[in-house]
Design a protein around this ligand. Structure first.
Ligand SMILES: Nc1ncnc2c1ncn2[C@@H]1O[C@H](COP(=O)(O)OP(=O)(O)OP(=O)(O)O)[C@@H](O)[C@H]1O
Length: 509
């Protein structure tokens, strides 16, 4: 047969659309052509495939005109993932393997010049897409990628270390099976039990107000800004938020792992552990929200179902902070390119920390050296719309040495997490989602505001000149406080505490 079709998949955001690798061998001037919107890395597949076939002792059809088409042609394709399907297409079209036996399989893998198979990024996204499409195909993947893909329930995965292993697997039944290793089925890996590797809240002494805010944020999924002088323990608190969040469901763990796999950062020991991403403030907007060509996920997507910690918030480039506005509302980020739009999930919980002024001591016992102008300019780096999207702001005061040394160890993360999980469960029972995710009408129907509490909130919103968003966000925080207190309705005391968390930055009253 001189025409052969092999199935594979491209990556488009977290999606993995099907790609058919069509290989045609014809008589004519010897040539090896690759068409179908392939980028440079894919075009280099020609050289890798040629060398891999020859070094593996297989025949490369030198005297043929080889045309490889990656269909659909308008789908951008990147990376070395098509090396294996192209090589198999050539082998099948030249009769060295049984083309009919390739049906029902999908392939991805980069070839080394000796024919070894190297892992490809996004194997989990491929397995998830296959699972979602209800296709029954078996995946043939290199080591590393195969174990990732096998995490998807019901995935049928074969692991191949070398091109020859795949060739042995698909040789015509009549041929004498050559000796050596073939493809090995990968049994669905049992991921290690999610052990909490997060630092414990017991290490944080004192700071009762900030600990309480952290607990509310964890229970309801609210975004939190910690403000305080240097060394007050803001980073310590932020690093402990992920350890207070409820355990991940299987679908959350799969989504989070799939994004990490797209960025080539997945490791089995991170399975089902809520990620904390803490990009440095010198990070660009692209590093933070994703982008590039082909588009890759940024830190906000790598923090999907976990925590995004932005320390020294005002030091981040304005463009990077403004780019957070859309995902903070929608939980997704769309990266538009001329050819295609890629969408990545980004349902992260934001925790940010900042000093109140450049010297850091405004409002604390030590004298602040900053003029009002300098303070205003520093705090002005955070735009109103961004601050409006932060649900809770809490001050973390400096601790006196005596207080720090004498304070007993704080409550453990496990104890606080149990309360957060119970409150989250109440919200899920009531409305099927965390309080932070409530929108529009849902807020009115699920918050169950007592009449006096409604009056209190109206007054506070009017006096403090809040936007509609700020009022709604305060209501959602009040709902979480009521959930933590196991109260069916939201009372004045819950609203009053929530109002406390929506105050202006210090020094700008
Ligand atoms: N409440 C606390 N309990 C125990 N240790 C603390 C506490 N606060 C601060 N520390 C100690 O101080 C160190 C610095 O804390 P951390 O880095 O969290 O401060 P920070 O507020 O983030 O400072 P910066 O604004 O400079 O980033 C910690 O590593 C810890 O040793």
């Amino acid at each position: 047969m001189s025409l052969c079709l092999v199935q594979s998949r491209a990556l488009l955001g977290l999606d993995a659309p099907a790609v058919t690798v069509e290989v045609h061998l014809a008589n004519g001037l010897p040539n090896f052509m690759l068409v179908g919107l392939a980028d440079t890395e894919v075009k280099e597949a020609r050289e890798r495939v040629r060398s891999a076939l020859l070094n593996a002792g297989l025949d490369f059809p030198h005297n043929k005109r080889i045309t490889v088409n990656l269909a659909p042609a308008d789908l951008p394709k990147d990376g070395g993932r098509f090396d294996l399907p192209i090589a198999l297409g050539i082998l099948a079209a030249s009769g060295q393997i049984d083309a009919a036996r390739l049906a029902g399989h999908e392939f991805a893998g980069e070839l080394s010049l000796s024919g070894e198979l190297r892992p490809v990024r996004g194997a989990l996204a491929v397995a998830l897409a296959l699972h979602a499409s209800d296709a029954q195909a078996q995946l043939v993947l290199p080591p590393g990628s195969a174990e990732e893909a096998a995490l998807v329930p019901g995935a049928r995965v074969l692991r191949a270390r070398h091109l020859l292993a795949v060739v042995r697997h698909f040789q015509p039944p009549s041929d004498d099976a050559a000796d050596g290793e073939g493809c090995e089925p990968v049994v669905a890996a049992t991921p290690p039990a999610a052990t909490s590797q997060h630092p414990d809240l017991a290490d944080v002494k004192g700071q009762a107000a900030a600990r309480r805010a952290l607990e509310i944020a964890a229970a309801g999924g609210h975004s939190l800004l910690l403000i305080g002088p240097p060394g007050a323990g803001k980073s310590m608190l932020a690093q402990r938020l992920a350890g207070l969040l409820p355990p991940m469901s299987v679908s959350e763990a799969l989504e989070s792992a799939a994004v990490a796999s797209l960025a080539g950062r997945f490791a089995l020991e991170h399975w089902s552990r809520r990620p904390t991403c803490a990009p440095h403030h010198s990070a660009s907007a692209v590093a933070l929200v994703g982008g590039g060509s082909p588009p890759r996920p940024g830190e906000i997507s790598l923090a999907h179902h976990g925590v995004l910690f932005l320390d020294e918030l005002p030091e981040f480039p304005r463009s990077a902070l403004e780019a957070l506005r859309e995902p903070l509302e929608s939980g997704r980020i769309t990266i538009a390119r001329a050819a295609r739009r890629s969408e990545f999930p980004a349902r992260f919980q934001l925790v940010a920390a900042m000093n109140p002024c450049p010297c850091g001591w405004l409002g604390s016992a030590r004298a602040c050296r900053c003029s009002p102008d300098v303070v205003a300019r520093y705090q002005g780096r955070l735009s109103g719309p961004l601050l409006d999207r932060i649900d809770m702001t809490v001050e973390v005061p400096a601790m006196a040495a005596a207080e720090l040394l004498d304070a007993p160890a704080g409550e453990t993360s496990a104890a606080v997490q149990a309360r957060c999980a119970a409150a989250r469960e109440r919200a899920l029972q009531r409305q099927g989602k965390a309080n932070q995710a409530l929108h529009g009408e849902e807020i009115a129907s699920h918050v169950a505001l007592a009449p006096a509490a409604g009056e209190f909130l109206r007054l506070a919103a009017q006096r403090l000149d809040w936007s509609a968003r700020a009022t709604h966000r305060t209501l959602k925080v009040a709902r979480t406080i009521a959930d933590l207190a196991a109260s069916a309705s939201v009372a004045v005391v819950h609203v009053a505490e929530a109002v406390q968390y929506r105050r202006a930055l210090p020094g700008l009253h």
